[in-house]
Each structure stands twice: as structure tokens, then as C-alpha cells.
Design a protein around this ligand. Structure first.
Ligand SMILES: Cc1cc2nc3c(=O)[nH]c(=O)nc-3n(C[C@H](O)[C@H](O)[C@H](O)COP(=O)(O)O)c2cc1C
Ligand SMILES: [Fe+2]
Ligand SMILES: [Fe+2]
Length: 393
């Protein structure tokens, strides 16, 4: 396995082949926690790994440099997937100074005892000379947390981009040209939708300055390093951050005895009756939140339906709307539907929630009592058509 990014710069992280749940993100292909070692007059470790794997990281480092020769540990992001290993790494590297920003230090100290650490708090734009090379710290607030930052090495044209441009993908390959680009972009997209999407405004602000840097390698904190397809990932991020939608309708529903599914079918038919629109139907209880978020990343219009269960929408739908509500996909148009038996319930709940998410309802919600009537099915067909016309723009 080639772990060398450039002469004297190595990946020393951990490949987590078995992780499948990353705070509700279904990491179907596993994940990596990337940590990088720069050997110069000063030896620098950029980011660490999840605490469970700190010993593996330290072994990887020790194969290249004795641990007491580590001078700096840079922490770009305090989230525990990268930073919960900081305590063990600082203990094992007696001569290391932790380099991070003030917010990062506060957050790290909320998670662990840092009273014995030597620390160097940096400002945005500040530079640290490590010998032949310089490290420049560029704050990237809310991409992904308030303390997040990039570390840029101008002499190497190398950007350590922490979560940005990452992918959850366990692989022995370390570089984007060693795997099919489609696969990496698919995982980068899923990652963006599930982790970065709510911060698209911050990403959009950041991208021009990132693109202006002289870069020939981007080393994120997860997945493979970009060295061949940098324009492709920058272009993808530019589109996602701009919240560009496609002519795409999603129909997302949950059902117990199929009446809501029958309504979903009619909405599907209505949407498909409009040329040039792609339509995707998702039965949330057998799908997962990760796929739902992924599909929503460029979706213009979405119908949301649920059967009523004990006066409420069904639990998988509540979870789905809760998840989408936080992720804020660029959906502009919505429609609520669902079947009940005898009272108010799911459809009304959904019709109340969608406008709060900023979606314009294209038609009044449709609710059937038990099986839908022909009139209700016709209304569903029309709503599907309307969603598709709106999605076309
Ligand atoms: C466990 C259970 C609880 C239900 N609770 C309610 C309820 O509180 N209010 C209501 O109007 N209907 C309730 N119903 C009736 C369903 O909403 C009704 O059968 C509806 O047509 C189901 O739609 P579906 O075929 O899409 O599952 C309940 C049904 C079940 C099986
Ligand atoms: Fe993160
Ligand atoms: Fe992360």
C-alpha cells in the first residue's frame, strides 16, 4: 500500500473496514480516518484518528519517526472521529506541541484532559515554519464545526482539507487515480449530502479562496487523496454548494396497509407524465436516511406521504423529515399526502412541516380514509404533474 503523498509526507491513518454507522450515516463502504506525517526540520502530525485506533496511528508514525521526535500535532477539527486520539497521541509524543485554534482547543478540552499539553494557538492566516516547508492555517468555520480549519503547505501545493472533499470509503488505495472516479465522486456526494449540505453557504464562500490556492494535492480527513481529479471535485462542490437543483421529483412515503403507497404510485405517474423530469420513489422504511439525503441533494420537488399511526405520521417518516429538516436540501416545492382511518394525523402534520422547511406546497394535501377514492387518486396524479412542472422550472 503506497502511503507516500510526497517525499517525506506520509499517510499514517487508520482504515475502518467495519464501521457502518457514523452518527446515523450508513457508511456502507466503511471509512478512513486520515492522519498525515510531514518529516522536515520539525516533524508534524496533521490530525489524528478515533481514540480506538490511536495505537495503530502511533505504530504507523513510529515506523517512520521516533515518537519523541514529533514536534507538532496539528488539529484541524475537534470532532472525535479525528480528534479523540489527540490525548493518546500527546501522551505518547512527549515533545509535541499541539497546534490548533482557540475554539478547537476549548472543544478538545471539553472532551479530554489537556492540562499537560504544550499548545500553540493560531489565528487564521498564520504561518508556521517547519524547516523547508511552511504550514498556513486557514479557518473554515462551520465546514464542518465552528473550529474547523484547513492547513495549507505552499511549498508542496498541498491542502489538508479535513472533512471537506472527504468520502467515507475504506480502501487500501490512497489516491483518487487508483479507483474509479465514479465511485469516489459517488461517495463524496453521499458525504456532502449527509455531512456538509447544511453548511453550503459557508462552503460557497470558501470555495473561491480554496480554488485560488496553488494546489496539486488535496488531502482530506476521510477517504482518498485528490491528486488527479481536483477540478472534478472542486466543480462538484461548487454545484452542491450553489444548491443547484435538477429537474427531479422525489416521492417519499411510509405505509402500513398500502393505501399511502397507492397514492404515491399516482403521484409517480403524474410526475412521469411530464417529459424531461426524473422521478424517484423512496419507501422510507425499507430505504435509509443516508440514501434519502443523498437523493435530495439536487432535488427540486418532493411529495411526502405517510399513513396515520396512533394520530401521528409513521416513525420512519418522522425520522426522515427530522433528518432532512436539519440537512436543508435545496428542495423548493412540496406536497403532503397520506391515508388515515378516522381522524387527523400524518397528512396534516406533514403539511405543517414542509412550509417550515421553506418548501412551497404546490396543492392542498390529499388524505384518504382507508383506501383512496378515484377523486383522491386524480388529485394525487395532478399534484405529481404539478411538482414535475415546477421542477422543470
Ligand atoms: C396500529 C395502527 C394505529 C392507527 N392509528 C390511527 C389513528 O390514530 N388515527 C387514524 O385516523 N387512523 C389510524 N389508523 C388507521 C390507518 O391510518 C389507516 O388504516 C390507513 O388507511 C393506513 O394507511 P396505509 O394503508 O397507507 O397504511 C391506525 C392503524 C393502525 C394499524
Ligand atoms: Fe466533522
Ligand atoms: Fe470527520
Amino acid at each position: 500500500m503506497n502511503t507516500q503523498l510526497k517525499p517525506d509526507i506520509h499517510w499514517v491513518g487508520y482504515i475502518d473496514w467495519s464501521i457502518r454507522d457514523f452518527h446515523s450515516y450508513n457508511t456502507k463502504r466503511g471509512a478512513t480516518y486520515n492522519s498525515y506525517l510531514i518529516q522536515d526540520e520539525k516533524n508534524v502530525l496533521v490530525d489524528t484518528v478515533k481514540y480506538l485506533y490511536a495505537d495503530k496511528l502511533l505504530q504507523n508514525v513510529a515506523e517512520l519517526v521516533p515518537l519523541d521526535k514529533i514536534d507538532y500535532v496539528v488539529c484541524n477539527h475537534a470532532e472525535p472521529d479525528h480528534a479523540s486520539g489527540v490525548a493518546d497521541v500527546m501522551n505518547a509524543c512527549p515533545n509535541a506541541t499541539l497546534v490548533c485554534n482557540a475554539k478547537c482547543l476549548d472543544t478538545l478540552k471539553a472532551y479530554m484532559d489537556g492540562s499537560n499539553w504544550k499548545t500553540q494557538v493560531v489565528a487564521s492566516g498564520e504561518e508556521l515554519s517547519i524547516g523547508k516547508r511552511t504550514l498556513k492555517f486557514i479557518f473554515t468555520p462551520m465546514v464542518h464545526w465552528p473550529e474547523s480549519m484547513f492547513t495549507y503547505c505552499p511549498e508542496e501545493k498541498l491542502l489538508f482539507s479535513m472533512d471537506a472533499f472527504g468520502q467515507h470509503l475504506a480502501t487500501s488505495e490512497r489516491f483518487d487515480d487508483e479507483l474509479p472516479l465514479d465511485l469516489i465522486l459517488e461517495e463524496a456526494r453521499t458525504y456532502y449530502a449527509n455531512i456538509v449540505m447544511p453548511y453550503s453557504a459557508q462552503v460557497a464562500k470558501l470555495l473561491p479562496s480554496a480554488a485560488a490556492l496553488d494546489i496539486d494535492m488535496i488531502a482530506p480527513a476521510h477517504g482518498v487523496v485528490w491528486r488527479k481529479n481536483i477540478p472534478a471535485i472542486l466543480e462538484a462542490y461548487t454545484a452542491w454548494a450553489a444548491r443547484k437543483t435538477k429537474a427531479k421529483v422525489m416521492i417519499v412515503y411510509d405505509t402500513m396497509w398500502n393505501s399511502t403507497a397507492i397514492m404515491a404510485d399516482q403521484i409517480f405517474k403524474g410526475a412521469c407524465s411530464v417529459d424531461g423530469v426524473s422521478v424517484e420513489k423512496i419507501f422510507v422504511r425499507v430505504s435509509d436516511l443516508t440514501q434519502l439525503a443523498d437523493a435530495s441533494l439536487d432535488c427540486a420537488a418532493m411529495a411526502v406521504g405517510s399513513a396515520t399511526l396512533n394520530t401521528k405520521m409513521m416513525p420512519a417518516m418522522a425520522a426522515a423529515l427530522n433528518y432532512l429538516g436539519g440537512l436543508k436540501p435545496p428542495v423548493k416545492f412540496g406536497f403532503a399526502f397520506g391515508s388515515c382511518g378516522w381522524g387527523k394525523g400524518a397528512m396534516e402534520e406533514i403539511a405543517e412541516i414542509l412550509p417550515k422547511m421553506g418548501w412551497e406546497l404546490v396543492a392542498p394535501g390529499v388524505k384518504s380514509k382507508f383506501r383512496p377514492t378515484q377523486e383522491q387518486l386524480d388529485a394525487c396524479f395532478e399534484a405529481g404533474k404539478l411538482l414535475a412542472q415546477k421542477a422543470l422550472g
